[in-house]
Ligand binder design. Structure first.
Ligand code: IPM
Ligand code: MN
Length: 333
């Protein structure tokens, strides 16, 4: 990618600390010498309270024209939970076909003396997230609710293939995490699909963990992992745990990827909008900065991305903007 061509980035700062950490991420990207052209999109809980828009068809089609979307955090206590998450975040994941959620973890788990370094590839468009199911006899003692997990061969296969390709570029080890002993229908589809894709990557060693056992290994032996592939809900839960054993959620970054590149991919920290600390300068911008580094990887700016990751490994201190400035100064080449 030529350094003289500006990458067009749609910026959704969102709510709470979202705009604060996003501003620092952009400061660092520019500090690393990457030329970006940004457009702010005012979306999130605050926008919804103002005029009712969560994510209109028109806004969505504008977003499609960008090379990438950088998101801070969305959600505000005044809006009922789920509304913005489903209407904005999940809608973007589904409509832009962001079928891989890539979440890297490195650090040393509490009580451990050895560092770990692994990546979770979470399937991002299927599973229990699709909204399948319904409710009957609501409000009566006989109320029934179902919420199915939708798993397509195509959806599972593309997530597995992405994970195998990632493992090829790393330590060539991939673990499937599921619950095949209980979720026999979905688990069987995942296991067979994983095995079929594995045949295309004979040099990648494979393993399987049930998700409950994986929770123990995340805490007690995370060094065993290189790349993990798992379903949408297991991946959601496991990656919070991954953050907790890797220096905290303030460092956890994520990429919502459309590897087929039929539209922009979206990059966001794992943490939420933290309305309790908004405006205090206490928000750690490192997760947003590392998410921007994942964006640069995807835009082909891998040298700048690596420099940013190295800069984030050195100690940082001070306010949100102090930390952003320190890291920006380190990456200036
Ligand atoms: C995440 C978040 C989202 C998810 C919520 C906000 C819908 O927890 O990105 O991990 O469950 O995927
Ligand atoms: Mn989550």
């Amino acid at each position: 990618m030529s350094a003289t061509t500006a990458h067009r980035v749609a910026v959704i700062g969102g709510d709470g600390i979202g705009p604060e950490v996003t501003a620092e991420a952009l400061k660092v990207v520019r500090g690393a010498g990457v030329i970006i052209e940004t457009t702010e999109f005012d979306l999130g809980g605050a926008r919804y309270l103002r005029d009712g828009e969560i994510l209109s068809d028109d806004t969505l089609s504008q977003l499609r024209a960008y090379d990438a979307i950088l998101l801070g955090a969305v959600g505000t206590p005044e809006v009922p939970p789920g509304l913005i998450e489903r209407g904005l975040l999940l809608r973007m994941r589904f409509e832009l076909d962001l079928y891989v959620n890539q979440r890297p973890f490195s650090g040393t788990a509490p009580g451990s003396s050895r560092p770990h370094d692994f990546v979770v590839i979470r399937e991002n468009t299927e599973g229990p997230y699709v909204g399948e199911g319904g409710v009957l006899r609501k409000g009566t003692p006989h109320e029934v609710a179902t919420q199915g997990s939708v798993n397509s061969r195509m959806g599972v296969e593309r997530a597995c293939r992405y994970a195998f390709e990632m493992a090829m570029g790393r330590r060539q080890h991939l673990t499937l995490v599921h619950k095949t002993n209980v979720l026999t229908f979905a688990g069987d589809l995942w296991q067979r699909t994983f095995n079929a894709v594995a045949a295309e990557f004979p040099t990648v060693a494979t393993a399987y963990n049930h998700v409950d056992a994986a929770c123990i290994y995340f805490v007690q032996d995370p060094q065993r992992y290189d790349v993990i592939v798992t379903d949408n809900l297991f991946g959601d839960i496991l990656t919070d745990l991954g953050g907790a054993v890797s220096g905290g959620i303030g460092l956890a970054s994520s990429a919502n990827l459309n590897p087929a590149r039929t539209g922009p991919s979206m990059f966001e920290p794992v943490h939420g909008s933290a309305p309790d600390i908004v405006g205090t300068g206490k928000a750690n911008p490192v997760a947003a900065i590392l998410s921007a580094a994942l964006m640069l990887d995807f835009l082909g700016e891998t040298t700048a991305a690596d420099r940013i990751r190295q800069a984030c490994e050195q100690p940082v201190s001070g306010s949100t903007s102090d930390i952003g400035s320190q890291i920006a100064a380190r990456v200036a080449g």
